[in-house]
Design a protein around this ligand. Structure first.
Ligand code: COA
Length: 261
C-alpha cells in the first residue's frame, strides 16, 4: 500500500486494493470506482435487458461480450489517463484540473466486503447535439440550428481541459433490481458535486433522454437540470422513431464562488 496521493481528493482509497472510489451520498453501501477489466461479463446482461436498453441509444442490441470489452477499453483509457495525470502531479500543492472523471462504475458493497457492479455513470464531452444552440434573440431559449451541428461538436471536443465553456453530457444506467431506490439521483449529485465541478471545472452539463423516460427525467430535474428543448422524431433506434428531450444544468453566476465544494 502506498501513501495516498493528495491529488486524488476528494476520492477515497480502498486500503486493501489502493483503488480510488467515491461513496454515493446517502448510501453507505454504494460506491463508484474506476472500471475494471473483469467488469465486462457483469454488465453485458444489464445491457441485454429490455428494461435498460429500451431507453438507450448507443449500445448495440444484442450486446455482446466483445461490445462490453470494447466499451471497457474506451472508458478504462479515460480513467487511466486521469489517474496518471493525478499521479504525475502528486507533488503539486494545488489540486490540478483534469479532463475526465476517473470513476464511473457503480458498485454495491456487500456485508462480506465483496462488490457487485450494478450500473454505470459517465460524464463525457458532449459531441452530439451541437445543433442545440441558444436563440440569438433570447439566450434563455434553445433552438435547433443544423448548420452549427458539426462545427460546435468539434469546438467542444477541442476546448482545453478546464475550459468552463465545455458542454458535458451524462450517460447512465442501473441494473433493474436497483431501479427506483434513489441511487441514480444520488449518483448524479455525487459526481457533480465531488468531481465534475471542483476537479473538471464543469459548468454546463446536458442529459438527453427518450421522451417518456420518466425515471431519467426525474433524476436530472431533481439535480437542478431544466428541460431546454424537445427534438421530435429525431432518431431511429431499432426501427422506432424516437423523440428526444434535452435537459441542461448550468452553474449560475451567483453559485460560481462556491463551486469548488
Ligand atoms: C433511469 C435510471 C438510471 C434511473 O435510476 P434510478 O436510480 O432508478 O432513479 P431514482 O430511484 O433516483 O428515481 C428518480 C425518480 O424517478 C422515479 N422513477 C425511477 N424509475 C422510474 C420508472 N421506470 N418509471 C417512473 N418513475 C421512475 C423514482 O420513483 C423517483 O421519483 P421520486 O423522486 O418522485 O420518488 C434507471 O431507471 C435506469 O437505469 N433505466 C434504464 C436505463 C436508462 O434509462 N438510462 C438513462 C438513459 S437517458
Amino acid at each position: 500500500m502506498s501513501f495516498k496521493n493528495p491529488q486524488l481528493a476528494p476520492l477515497e482509497v480502498n486500503p486493501a486494493t489502493d483503488e480510488p472510489f467515491l461513496r454515493i451520498e446517502g448510501f453507505d453501501d454504494i460506491i463508484i470506482t474506476p472500471p475494471r477489466w473483469d467488469d465486462a461479463p457483469r454488465f453485458m446482461p444489464y445491457l441485454n435487458d429490455p428494461r435498460v436498453y429500451q431507453w438507450m441509444q448507443g449500445p448495440p442490441v444484442p450486446y455482446l461480450l466483445s461490445d462490453a470489452r470494447k466499451w471497457l477499453g474506451h472508458i478504462r483509457s479515460l480513467s487511466d489517463n486521469v489517474l496518471a495525470d493525478l499521479e504525475a502531479a502528486r507533488d503539486t500543492p494545488e489540486l490540478i484540473t483534469v479532463g475526465d472523471c476517473p470513476v464511473s462504475m457503480i458498485r454495491k458493497v456487500n456485508e462480506d466486503g465483496s462488490e457487485l457492479q450494478i450500473g454505470a455513470i459517465d460524464i463525457v464531452r458532449c459531441c452530439r447535439w451541437g445543433e442545440v444552440v441558444k436563440s440569438p434573440e433570447d439566450p434563455d431559449i434553445y433552438v435547433v440550428d443544423l448548420t452549427r451541428k458539426v462545427e460546435n461538436a468539434k469546438i467542444n471536443y477541442e476546448r482545453d481541459v478546464g475550459d468552463p465553456e465545455i458542454i458535458w453530457e451524462f450517460g447512465d444506467y442501473l441494473a433493474p433490481a436497483f431501479h427506483g431506490r434513489g441511487i441514480m439521483t444520488a449518483a448524479v449529485k455525487t459526481i457533480m458535486k465531488k468531481w465534475a465541478l471542483p476537479r473538471m471545472n464543469t459548468r454546463i452539463v446536458r442529459a438527453v433522454t427518450f421522451s417518456g423516460n420518466i425515471g431519467s427525467k426525474k433524476v436530472f430535474l431533481k439535480n437542478g437540470f431544466r428541460h431546454i428543448i424537445t427534438l421530435p422524431d429525431h432518431t431511429i433506434v431499432r426501427g422506432e422513431t424516437k423523440t428526444l428531450d434535452v435537459y441542461q444544468w448550468e452553474l449560475a453566476q451567483s453559485e460560481e464562488g462556491s463551486a469548488a465544494l
